[in-house]
Design a protein around this ligand. Structure first.
Ligand code: FES
Length: 112
């Protein structure tokens, strides 16, 4: 199956996180895009610690010291790699959704 359009890169905060929704693996899925400059990676918005969404309120993420911080118990994930470097799930990573960058746009593989 071909990739599907997710977002233009310029709509994502540089050095930050954005919440997006798309169908992945046949299921509506909350996603998280992490951007640093022209580098963007996309993940399921599901914390590996206790399975909660990361944002503190719909669409609002806590960004601190080049990490996005899970609002539930404070796990810190690097931007844009999504690796947990502090908190209760240190050493784990967000589950990535393969994506491609094409002419300033982010396209994801809907198979996940
Ligand atoms: S659910 Fe994210 S730190 Fe606990």
């Amino acid at each position: 199956m071909s990739h599907v359009f997710l977002s233009v890169i310029d709509a994502l905060p540089d050095g930050g996180a954005a919440g997006l929704d798309a169908e992945v693996g046949g299921e509506p899925s909350p996603l998280l895009a992490l951007r640093r400059g022209n580098e963007v990676r996309v993940f399921h918005n599901v914390c590996p610690h206790a399975g909660r969404r990361l944002e503190v309120a719909p669409g609002r993420f806590i960004v601190d010291a080049d990490t996005v911080v899970c609002a539930a118990h404070g796990a810190c994930f690097t931007i844009p790699a999504g690796d947990c470097i502090a908190g209760p799930c240190r050493g784990q990573s967000l589950r990535e959704v393969p994506c491609e960058l094409r002419d300033g746009e982010v396209w994801i593989d809907p198979r996940g």
